[in-house]
Design a protein around this ligand. Structure first.
Ligand SMILES: [Zn+2]
Length: 298
């Protein structure tokens, strides 16, 4: 992994998730999403040295372990997060429940990532953090933030995924898919405020060419929503709905934690449908039955 210049004082450390660094006034470097991986802390230390950082300010876009794991092995001056996500980031037990919907041990080998508890010094409520402009992109988590550097680079976090991620995971993970769809429209509306878009997991894009990727993400959220509503039109259990999604979308990876994420996303669709008044919940002989208020197709 190497540091590459994106534009002006904005730099990229590639990876999944990618990390964006912004060299502000001399000696002050902002790091957006330190990320994960055995090599990442060393790579970031090297990057910070190259940028002559004396002060390191970190903005974590949301509480998922893969975005903050490297923080456990870095010395930084300040860590900032949204007010909504900060409490979850501090506590791995909460993080696991909020992400997967199961009280899994955060160290359990079922999980791909094991993030440390982290300290959050600043809970940001406004629309900036130092020179960085913040964009609220809820859906993937409730408090997810996008970041725009003064050079016009938008770090879009997990509000938008590249084709390979959509292909691999079928239904992208969102805690509230309806909010995630609205956030994709927020990104579409940023025209002129960002020249470059950096998804956490996906290729760096010119904002002027991001339309198809944004549309692919919106379409996938809507298609999965259709499958959920169609399955629920017959009165379905959670596992019936999950099975309908597994049949409809190609999954190349089906580890237990991936299916937990899918279940959690289905619960997110259930939440969205309850909020819009289009879903009834009943009790059947084998547990909860979800029934959407639309006619089952023949
Ligand atoms: Zn995430």
């Amino acid at each position: 992994m190497t540091l590459s210049g994106l534009v002006g004082n904005t730099f990229l450390e590639k990876g999944s998730p990618a990390t964006v660094l912004y060299a502000a006034e001399p000696g002050v470097v902002y790091v957006v999403d330190p990320g994960q991986g055995e090599d990442r802390p060393r790579a970031l230390r090297r990057d910070l040295e190259r940028l002559s950082a004396r002060k390191v300010m970190v903005l974590v876009t949301h509480y998922h372990s893969d975005h903050l794991q490297a923080l456990g092995d870095l010395t930084v001056d300040e860590v900032a997060m949204s007010k909504a996500d900060a409490p979850v980031a501090r506590n791995p037990e909460l993080r696991v429940v909020m992400t997967f919907g199961y009280p899994v041990n955060p160290e359990d080998s079922l999980l791909a990532f094991h993030g440390p508890p982290i300290r959050v010094d600043v809970e940001v409520e406004g629309d900036s953090y130092g020179p960085l402009k913040l964009v609220r992109l809820p859906g993937h988590t409730d408090g997810q933030l996008g970041v725009i550097t003064p050079d016009g680079v938008l770090y879009a976090a997990d509000s938008i995924f590249g084709d390979r991620v959509l292909e691999k995971y079928g239904v992208p993970y969102h805690r509230m898919p309806c909010a995630a769809e609205a956030s994709l429209k927020t990104i579409e509306g940023l025209e002129g405020r960002a020249e470059i878009i950096v998804p956490s997991h996906g290729p760096v894009l010119k904002a002027s060419e991001a339309g198809p990727m944004i549309e692919a993400n919106i379409r996938r959220i809507e298609e999965a929503g259709e499958v959920v509503a169609e399955a629920a039109s017959r009165g379905s259990s959670l596992s019936d709905i999950v099975s309908a999604l597994l049949n409809r979308f190609k999954y190349s990876q089906l580890a237990p934690d991936v299916v937990m994420l899918l279940e959690a996303t289905v619960k997110g669709y259930i939440r969205c449908m309850r909020d819009e008044g289009s879903l009834d919940v009943e009790v059947g002989p084998s547990g909860l039955v979800f029934r959407s208020r639309r006619a089952a197709s023949p």
